[in-house]
Ligand binder design. Sequence first.
Ligand SMILES: Nc1ncnc2c1ncn2[C@@H]1O[C@H](COP(=O)(O)OP(=O)(O)O)[C@@H](O)[C@H]1O
Ligand SMILES: [Mg+2]
Length: 355
Amino acid sequence: MSSVQLLGLRKAYGDRVVIDHIDLEVRSGEFMVFVGPSGCGKTTTLRMIAGLESITAGELRIDGARANESRPAQRGAAMVFQSYALYPHMTIAENMGFSLRMAGVPRKQRREAVERVARTLRIDHQLERYPRQLSGGERQRVAIGRAIVRQPKVFLFDEPLSNLDAELRVSMRVELSRLHRELGTTMIYVTHDQVEAMTLGERIAVFRDGRIEQVGTPMDMYRQPRTEFVAGFLGTPRMNMLDRPRAGASPAHLALWRALGGETLPRAARLGVRAEHLRVDAGAAADCAVGVVEFVEHLGGASMLHVRVDGVDGAWTAQIHGSDPGAAARGQRVGLCAWPGCVHAFDSEACNLAT
Ligand SMILES: Nc1ncnc2c1ncn2[C@@H]1O[C@H](COP(=O)(O)OP(=O)(O)O)[C@@H](O)[C@H]1O
Ligand SMILES: [Mg+2]
């Protein structure tokens, strides 16, 4: 187990700055997730930690010691890629034992290590096969197994589940969590998928344009997003957002702003409220804004109402319980307001006024 510290880390390709001053400490044994939209610098950061990419400025410390100049093999990090990157002409056992062979580990010991890891990952019956004979999920397990065999100090995962179908992704998420519990090794996991980040990470770092926007536990970030970007990035459906009404705004826009408490927040430029925190009244109570149900998404246990408010861009989503007696139908007029304490207010710089 090892800690990984990034101190003012920077990466530029020529005069193009891709990573701009990242400060982060990944604790020993922690499962840290880097999440953010495509192109925000997650892979580049991971590759700098692995030693596959040079560091332009700042310092990388592994277990407290500067590692900027260490060769990849010395850093004790094992990387797992989205593409699996297995050797096609080697069997699964040979693929998994390759790094041990390079390190001069005798055949018998190699075999034992590979078999032990293969059992953990439930691929022990496939050791004599070739990668092309395995499914995508099995190949990804081999790639993970190959990393485990090396007993690294830190695992670096770069979108390892992106090539798998939805169902397999869910079961692999559970397996990765179990693996982390069993091994106790520090893991840094990159994904653009906020659901994966929320479910896997002990802490998550939200990346945006080469910087880290916020770091914290998934629920802290969900409940107290520091910026509008984090608020909008984490959680499905996206947080509903309302601009402060300007001169000429529609009466419904003004009513919604009032219903969400905007009038008591002089510094608020925008208000945000999540679908599960919107209250929907079929009767359109006096303190609510009125909208029209445009579409109802039935999810089984719950339903999502897409509500159009006159003069407000886009539809608002409100979550109601499937059995809710007030469950509205398409075309119906409903009242919208928020549960107390559930509205996020953002200032003109898109920072959360409450954090
Ligand atoms: N070798 C390179 N030369 C120039 N720009 C690069 C290079 N590699 C990555 N980039 C740029 O760096 C940015 C971050 O890329 P990347 O780290 O791959 O993002 P992510 O993994 O978050 O999708 C992108 O804009 C990408 O185009
Ligand atoms: Mg990437």
